[in-house]
Design a protein around this ligand. Structure first.
Ligand code: NDP
Ligand code: GDR
Length: 374
């Protein structure tokens, strides 16, 4: 039997890298679209990418962009994929307030461009389509927990763009019989998470502080509640959704929620550092979080200051998200295997390794690449 071909947009991102690994393990020929950038941007997939000059490759990269229809159509024509995973997006909610038009072009129109290319090339019966939809669609929450039938109320240009993408995916399924599904994924993280999303900002920032590379952590709304899972568990479900007889939309979540503040506290406990919260938004207790005493001396860095900085507040916030993954469990037998706390510990461990390397460099007089942009 010929091996299946998959095309992944956003292959250089967090989910793209885990999904590419999964599909390669399953024997797929995997094609990914990467953007041209002035610096290397394939760090997350370098370990699975063989030298392009070697024969018998099963992982191929194509330059492309979701804003470019002719490019997408050409790649689809060349690859003739059995499955398309549309993971590419300007995926940062706060950035979408600063670049709303670009976000709409890539996240909304980009999805339409791919679906139109499938139709234009007559691939409706061959190519299955996965759309990376999001819990941000629920925004101003209408029901808790949120499930497939919960009404949407998007609260950012990102979420509004993703709302279009959600519905155009449904529409092409209903209008042209394309096997197209939405995975409505709640927040999922990993050591490969982009550095400016809240979890990674925390684990990276605190690891750097613990190693004396930074002095404080500047945060926005630490009282918002999220349902955090692990990206590895979630890409497994992306694949499972495309293996069904009939295309359907699924919520993917853990069914548990925690505050950003709790995530900070777990990370500090893992590192054995003490926290002190300062700045506007600090609660009435004056907030001194005492962390597990016997771990504290190990790094001996004193109190870590978490400063609340309104710069990270959003014009409209999504205060609480909690998903109900019952349908995914009943229909596909999917359950998440990694808890938020385990994931946090893994992220801290990985960021600490990097911070230690950087601290060693610094100790020996070399420059340390610590970006303060967050
Ligand atoms: P990332 O931000 O890590 O990755 C986004 C990917 O999209 C990167 O490969 C990026 O390329 C690429 N990309 C950005 N703009 C374009 C463009 N104009 N054309 C082509 N590719 C582009 O996101 P995640 O991996 O975390 O998320 C994957 C998808 O799932 C996204 O669509 C996101 O919106 C959605 N989602 C994510 C959730 C999460 O919690 N992680 C939850 C729900 C939905 P480059 O590397 O060059 O920047
Ligand atoms: P989110 O993720 O907006 O839910 O979107 P993010 O990690 O950016 O924010 C989560 C919550 O933390 C609050 N927060 C901060 N966020 C960031 N980034 N930086 C801070 O300093 C900070 N302080 C507090 C935020 O206000 C928010 O409430 C992610 C993305 O992956 C989307 O692409 C995806 O669709 C959704 O998850 C589900």
């Amino acid at each position: 039997m010929e091996r299946k071909k998959a095309l992944i947009t956003g292959v250089t991102g967090q989910d793209g890298s885990y999904l590419a690994e999964l599909l390669l393990e399953k024997g797929y020929e995997v094609h990914g679209i990467k953007r041209r950038a002035s610096l290397f941007n394939t760090q997350r997939i370098d370990h699975i990418y063989q030298d392009a000059h070697v024969q018998n490759q099963n992982f191929f990269l194509h330059y492309g962009d979701l804003s470019d229809s002719s490019n997408l159509t050409r790649i689809l024509k060349e690859v003739q994929p059995d499955e398309v995973y549309n993971l590419g997006a300007q995926s940062h909610v706060a950035v979408s307030f600063e670049a709303p038009e670009y976000t709409a072009d890539v996240d909304a129109m980009g999805t339409l461009r791919l679906l139109e290319a499938i139709r234009f090339l007559g691939l409706e019966k061959k190519t299955r389509f996965y759309q990376a939809s999001t819990s941000e669609l629920y925004g101003l929450v209408q029901e808790i927990p949120q499930k497939e039938t919960t009404p949407f109320y998007p609260r950012s240009p990102y979420a509004v763009a993703k709302l279009y993408a959600y519905w155009i995916t449904v529409n092409y399924r209903e209008s042209y019989g394309i096997y197209a599904c939405n995975g409505i994924l709640f927040n999922h993280e990993s050591p490969r998470r982009g550095e400016t999303f809240v979890t990674r900002k925390i684990t990276r920032g605190l690891a750097n502080i613990a190693q004396g590379l930074e002095t404080s952590l500047h945060m926005g709304n630490i009282d918002s509640l999220r349902d955090w899972g692990h990206a590895k568990d979630y890409v497994r479900m992306q694949w499972m959704m495309l293996q069904q007889e009939q295309p359907e939309d699924f919520v993917i979540a853990t069914g548990k929620q925690y505050t950003v503040r709790e995530f900070i506290t777990w990370s500090a406990a893992e590192l054995g550092v003490k926290l002190r919260f300062e700045g506007s938004g600090v609660d009435e207790r004056g907030i001194v979080e005492q962390i597990d005493g016997d771990k504290a001396p190990a790094l001996n860095v004193g109190d870590v200051i978490v400063r609340i900085d309104p710069r990270y507040f959003r014009p409209a916030e999504v205060d609480t998200l909690l998903g109900d993954p019952a349908k995914a469990k009943q229909r596909l037998g999917w359950v998440p295997e990694i808890t938020a706390q385990e994931m946090c510990a893994e992220m801290v461990r990985e960021d600490l390794k990097v911070a230690r390397r950087h601290a060693l460099l610094k100790e020996h007089g070399y420059d340390v690449p610590v970006s303060l942009e967050n």
